[in-house]
Design a protein around this ligand. Sequence first.
Ligand code: FES
Ligand code: FE2
Length: 360
Amino acid sequence: MASTILKTNFNNSMQFIEGWYWALPSKKLKLGKVKPVTLLGRNLAIYRGFSGEVKAVDAYCPHMGAHLAEGKVEGNDIRCFFHNWKYDESGNCVEIPSLEKPLPVYIKTWETAEKYGMIWVWVGEEKANVLPFVPELEQVECNYMLGTKFIKNCHPNVLLINAIDAHHFNTVHNLPLEIIFDSQSLNNNAITFSNTTRGGNDSWFIRLVRPLYKEQVTYSMCYWYGSTGTVTLGPDFLHFYIIFSLRMIEGGKTEGQTILVTPKRQGILGCLINPILLWLTQRVGNYFAKGDTQVFETIEFNFQNPTKADQSILQFIHHVNQQKSLNWGTWEAVDDINNKNVKPQLKKNLLAYKQHEFNI
Ligand code: FES
Ligand SMILES: [Fe+2]
């Protein structure tokens, strides 16, 4: 049996979780324009039709393989530059200039969404699930701002566990807090880790900020599709929200974008305060990112000796390994124990492998 079949999802550069992935900022795609985007090893042409809706299609024209991002948007259709074949918004070929009737060919289309100032693509075989959101803002109207775009020399999964690496808050970020996470599944594709402590009692810092919060210091991270994390942080009267939206690039590295979020506030005061709060949110995000940057340039992730403080990380790894995964580039489903077409012997081997993993 090929060893790749046995590889689990976590920190795997050959496969990724079926889900929503950010493609490009909304403002970078004007009405009637088309852009080339490489997403998880697959080349796409993403265009905005004149209705304003965004369409994502496989990049290469079924005639001779020209990249459709060289083409032209017509209405909500796209026309290939090379020999002018035209495809409608469902991907069907509707016009071939040299023929009276078009051929029955089509380009594959992918579901898109626009939120948080971003264009997202559903990368998957199944019907699209919900877009990532901050749990406590699910029903709240918000203002958004794109923060920092970055590249890191490690896998998105490895970068994301930083947010629930309880011990490193003391060692790297010098926070004199005891952090203990409680985890909860939000849905099949999302898991939340929330801090349950009120911090330590013995430091001046805690004594200073203690009057600002009644219960625990709110700090929670909700992971979506193993690739996007939404952070909620702050005392009772003011929560900061940051979305860390990551995607894997060649070689199992990370390309990420932070999205800063704050609830809409009414009136002139809201207009004045919200930009300041988004700016502050950016500073909070940068503070956390700064301490670890060097580690993620040089780390060779190899989690050989987990301790009790690493419990949440193990839970996250388990969650990621349970998710449906697709192959890098082809976006075809990876053989999985739950897949009906998997042969009994392979199923047995996968099961044995999973059991071994849980025993670690
Ligand atoms: S390659 Fe697109 S029309 Fe010929
Ligand atoms: Fe950190």
